[in-house]
Ligand binder design. Sequence first.
Ligand code: GLU
Length: 308
Amino acid sequence: MRDIKYQQILDEIKGRVEPLYGRGQVADYIPELRKVKPHQFAMCLTCVNDKAQYSTGCAEKPFSIQSISKVFALILAASKIGERVYQRVGIEPSGDPFNSLVQLEHEQGFPRNPLINAGALVVSDILISCLDDPKTQLLDFVRRLANNSKINFDASVTDSEKKTGFRNYAMAYFLKSFERIENCVDDVLDLYFHQCSLSMSCSDLSYAFLVLANRGVIMHSGDKILTPSQSKRINSIMQTCGFYDQAGEFTFRVGLPGKSGVGGGIAAIKPDEFSIAVWSPELNKHGNSVLGMHALEHFTTATGKSIF
Ligand code: GLU
């Protein structure tokens, strides 16, 4: 098979997407995210076979990973309680915005999937029930996956969401009213707001997602976190539910399982081959990074490496 010139491809992609600055908007419903400089771009690829990393733009610059953290919480929950996670949250795309309350009312508080806010709140609840110190353990877990002990929560983002995340408060109490949450609602929200405020670079994210490209095994340590089947399940949920109500279009244009966040990050993987992370803060109307989606589309087109 021809040798793919990843570094050259990433640099070319940067040049192709930068003219798209200004086509989206930085998330402004979380006041702290409003302060992020909009015209920034980074991309980082990590390969499974030789752990080689290729990057372009500000790939070492940490940003708020927001909903990408839902994947880490899900991996940790699945590693603790296995298939029982899916008795608490569904596996179907929602087709609604990530913070919608409407569907929950119709479905007796059973969240459609673990990657929308309702599902992520239930996953937080699961972690609180099965861990002694969930916040610290989740942070340690993410540091372990990314092989970077400096990763941390961004306290200003946590506080900003605590002061303004009224819809998440409403959702958590709503879930509690359906007895979908076992623990104290404030504890569930505290863990959820913290995980969303995790600050990581594209290089960190790409490395951390490698576990899902490597069938549940951490590459650098050989630790088995998930069974191949558990890893497959999480990848399939990312494919169908990872991009808000634009998951179909992401699959159509990019063709990789992944997850985006309103901080402008996207992480995606190709099983047995690579994980890739991209960041650019300006979002389209669905909440996905404008440059990020274009960059990944160019990447899978140039390399022929989508899962389809
Ligand atoms: N912390 C954000 C919220 O709950 C996460 C949104 C996202 O990235 O999808 O609203």
